[in-house]
Design a binder for this molecule. Sequence first.
Ligand SMILES: [Cu+2]
Length: 142
Amino acid sequence: MAKVLGVVIALVLVMALGIYIFSQVESNNKVTGSAVSETGGNTENSGVKTFVVTASNLRFYLDGVESPGLKVKQGDKVTIVFKNEEGFHDWKIDEFNAATKQIKAGATETIEFVAGRKGIFEYYCSVGQHRANGMRGNFIVE
Ligand SMILES: [Cu+2]
């Protein structure tokens, strides 16, 4: 009888160990998974976000997506790599005093700013009537 009890205890211990190891592997996978899914056009490294935004007449693009919503967390340091492929444009957000120079086709400008407050802000091109003609999108701070 004591022998049976010993086997049962051993089985329970093995199962508990198995569950523990499984949960460790599971939580490691979750961390890796979220890091991978973040690398779609922007890179996340503990509060640093980089977006490569391109401009052509009269649209902004990120990885081929037109007027992309750019999402960051409050306090993130944001880098915008602004590449102008066609025409004459800039990239601005009034609320963060973030603005590139107005640059010509083929030029690239990089700016940095801190997303200091939460909300949905509009980024846009301030050249001529470009904003009214669709050169704008949402910058979302959560
Ligand atoms: Cu423009």
